[in-house]
Write a protein that binds this ligand. Structure first.
Ligand code: HAM
Length: 417
């Protein structure tokens, strides 16, 4: 019997990991510039945390959660996203008491039982940030700027930012009625799910993945004019701040997002290189979630981007991944005595912070030079019986081909400089 990775999951092999490390390092540095601190939460949580946060009418809760009973019969779910867990941790550890505004970032695997296709997996990975404790539109705009900064730093440029406002509990009922009268005549043509959504939450129809339903979105009335004064002012404040920060965006009045906790601002970053699953990043404001999970009124805004989709865009745009880590030195030994000498030299080089590698087995110089090349060595230390007798090694520079003899006592210093 042979085993394969479960459908919708993938192994990230060493050549791929280079992309992942690159994204993780660049993103962590940008988060730090914006004064975010990292938080790590469990991979599973009680099911109710997600049903309450994400909303019972959403695709995620209706169809996509990995839910199981633990040995004591409690319902647990593998996290389908990170926001609910961050809010739970924020409340559980009373993080709001330490600082009015908390800026937290996270990364890790998320799980959704979706139909796998390019860019859509059942285990996928996100990096995301949440700002808790401010209702200022500047926070929303700054977060959008932060996502753009991450993608620019990664070397990605032709991404599009779409923004919209989905209103609050004051204007949402009016938006719902407006949508109901828009969809009313076409209701029999919508899919079964949307017919149900029409009754419970017509905003969800805008997020339906069914092609037929998407067709009936043509001529959708703008929701912006239906927003209450506070939401209109807030949305104008976000757009104004984006203009001041020179962030380019498109107002997409049909953008609603697939989770129910959003209020006011929602946004998405898309790439034309991704095909059907074109959203690299999504986020928005969720001013009622902290209260919904049993806390005080704490306004908040956040976003998350998908690692797999970001890797796909990096490859599509042929972005060169800069080599991470320090200088690489390969040690080629010819004979037993030389190998013993190089064993201690490799240790000294690693102690000095150099990435060093040596051959374990007896191999000719040609085979070892090939390995050095594959390793990406900048310099190769060569040592045979003659060098052992002279208490020296040869150092070959792989870029210039130049080779010099260096006494043992000076090798580490020579390779560091
Ligand atoms: P989301 O839009 O569901 O938002 O996911 C964010 C990103 O995760 C997507 O833009 C996409 O790149 C990636 N993603 C989602 N599902 C999959 C999948 N099945 N396979 C591969 N990649 C996927 C959220 O999760 C919110 N928690 C974002 C947020 C944070 N809003 C406020 N704070």
């Amino acid at each position: 019997m042979t085993f394969t990775a479960p459908r919708g999951t993938q192994d990230i092999l060493p050549t791929e990991v280079l992309y992942w490390e690159y994204i993780e390092q660049v993103t962590a540095a940008v988060f730090s510039q914006f004064n975010f601190q990292e938080i790590r939460t469990p991979i599973f949580e009680s099911t109710e945390l997600f049903t309450r946060s994400i909303g019972t009418d959403t695709d995620i809760v209706e169809k996509e959660m990995y839910t199981f009973l633990d040995k004591k019969g409690r319902s647990m779910t593998l996290r389908p996203e990170g926001t609910a867990s961050v809010v739970r941790a924020y409340l559980e550890h009373n993080l709001g008491a330490a600082q009015d505004v908390q800026k937290l970032w996270y990364q890790g695997p998320m799980f959704r039982y979706e139909r796998p296709q390019a860019g859509r997996y059942r285990q996928f990975h996100q990096m995301g940030g949440e700002v808790l404790g401010t209702k200022s539109p500047i926070a929303d705009a700054e977060l959008i700027q932060l996502t753009i900064r991450i993608f620019q730093k990664l070397g990605l440029h032709d991404l599009e930012v779409s923004v919209n406002s989905v209103g609050c509990q004051v204007c949402r009922p009016v938006i719902r009625e407006k949508l109901k009268s828009f969809f009313g005549d076409n209701l029999p043509h919508l899919c079964e799910d949307c017919q149900r959504r029409f009754k419970n939450n017509p905003l969800r129809i805008l997020d339906c993945k069914n092609k037929k339903c998407k067709h009936y979105l043509m001529g959708l009335p703008s929701m912006t004019t239906t927003l209450c004064h506070e939401c209109q002012d807030h949305f104008q404040g976000v757009l104004n701040a984006l203009d001041i920060m020179s962030v380019r965006y498109k107002h997409n009045p049909g953008l609603v997002r697939g989770l129910d906790y959003y209020t006011k601002t929602v946004f998405e970053v898309t790439s034309k290189h991704l095909g059907a699953q074109d959203a690299v990043c999504g986020g928005g404001r969720y001013d009622r979630l902290v209260k919904l999970l049993g806390g005080p009124e704490v306004p908040a805004v956040g976003f998350a981007f998908g690692m797999e989709r970001t890797v796909m865009v990096l490859k599509e745009q042929k972005v060169e991944i800069p080599a991470l880590g320090g200088k690489k030195v390969y040690c080629a030994a010819l004979g037993h005595a030389a190998r013993e000498k190089l064993l201690s030299l490799v240790k000294d080089l690693r102690d000095a912070g150099i990435q060093a590698e040596m051959e374990y087995d007896d191999r000719g110089l040609k085979a070892q030079m090939k390995r050095a090349d594959r390793f990406g060595a900048v310099q190769v230390v060569i040592c045979g019986d003659d060098e052992v007798a002279r208490k020296a090694v040869q150092i070959k520079d792989m870029r210039t081909g130049e080779q010099i003899e260096v006494p043992w006592a000076e090798v580490v210093q020579k390779l560091i400089s």
